[in-house]
Design a protein around this ligand. Structure first.
Ligand SMILES: [Zn+2]
Ligand SMILES: [Zn+2]
Length: 327
């Protein structure tokens, strides 16, 4: 098969790779849409020790099952494989499984390829009225869905207002999840003006520049979809007393939180990683019944042109919240 292979820092080659083979309990999937994630960018730039070259990146995939009893079924892929039997898995927190393994990290090749294999229980059937370019968004949106669910549980379901920091796919996914889970007033802060135009236009969001966020604005819930010291400083300044910060971004490990204010104002900080299998299914269901909007804000390109897409994202030449590659 052809695959877009990460061969070294800023070096992606579209070349021949061995076909993956489905083992019992797995399906071979012809990949039709696969999103480029921030974590793929980190790996491409050589910033992720967990993803050494050569490796097929990509974990946001949708496609069609080839062969077997489910031949021809259109599916979106939950790329996170967990053991199913440990304390985390059996208590509904399977994303914290010590054995968790996401495709695009060794030993599992990713989905920037014509084919990928995945076990049955990680595949969610996509109804005919949903495009596969939209269906592959289940993965990035599920990250925000999970964060919002945990934050609302902490707030006992009562949240009128939320601030989302960062208007990339993670931030946008969080904003859409907030609306779908009943939070009325959602504001996204995004420094890039081109991106704000897309958020406010195509995506129907309320997006503002950081300078336009009033110093005294307070929100029940703040989602940090970026994860740098500077964004955490914004999060801890703008959560209301008794509010919650949901932290998804993996930008840098330290700095930014005003722990004194968080202590005096009893602000809860929740670090969140990916999604549970149930969150993934719930996100897909919300997507299929239209609660996450039209999901027409992706930009599609050929997988063969993937290297150019990475370079364009790197150079800030793309305003679309998500580029989807079509093998
Ligand atoms: Zn991702
Ligand atoms: Zn487990």
């Amino acid at each position: 098969m052809k695959a877009l292979v990460y061969d070294g820092v800023e070096d992606l080659q579209y070349r021949e790779m061995p076909d993956p083979v489905a083992k019992p309990g797995q399906q071979l999937i012809k990949v039709e849409s696969v999103g480029i994630c921030g974590s793929d960018m980190h790996a491409y730039l050589g910033h992720d020790d967990r993803r050494p070259a050569p490796l097929i990146l990509g974990h946001e995939a949708a496609g069609t099952i080839v062969g077997g009893l489910r031949n021809g079924e259109r599916v979106t892929v939950n790329p996170l494989v967990t053991c199913g039997v440990c304390a985390a898995c059996t208590s509904g927190r399977d994303n914290l499984c010590p054995e968790r393994l996401i495709i695009s990290m060794p030993p599992r090749e990713g989905a920037f390829a014509q084919y990928v294999v995945m076990r049955d229980e990680n595949l969610v059937t996509v109804p005919d009225h949903v495009s596969l370019d939209a269906a592959c968004l289940a993965e990035p949106i599920a990250c925000g869905w999970h964060t919002v669910r945990l934050a609302l549980e902490t707030l006992n379901g009562a949240s009128d207002s939320a601030l989302v920091i960062g208007g990339g796919a993670i931030g946008l996914g969080a904003a859409l999840s907030l609306t779908a889970q009943g939070v009325g007033d959602v504001t996204i802060v995004e420094p890039n003006a081109l991106r704000r135009d897309v958020l406010n236009g195509v995506c129907g969001q309320m997006s503002i520049a950081p300078d336009d966020l009033p110093d005294d604005a307070l929100f029940d819930l703040v989602v940090d979809g970026v994860g740098y010291a500077a964004t955490r400083a914004v999060a801890s300044a703008h959560a209301r007393p008794g509010g919650v910060i949901g932290h998804i971004g993996l930008g840098e490990g330290e700095g930014g939180l005003d722990v004194r204010r968080m202590t005096l104002q009893e602000i809860t900080f929740i670090g969140t990683y990916t999604y549970t299998a149930q969150d993934f299914r719930d996100t897909a269901a919300a997507m299929f019944d239209g609660r996450l909007g039209a999901l027409d804000w992706t930009q599609a390109r050929e997988l063969a042109d993937g290297a150019e897409a990475f370079a364009d994202i790197r150079a800030g030449r793309t305003a679309a919240p998500k580029i989807v590659l079509n093998p």
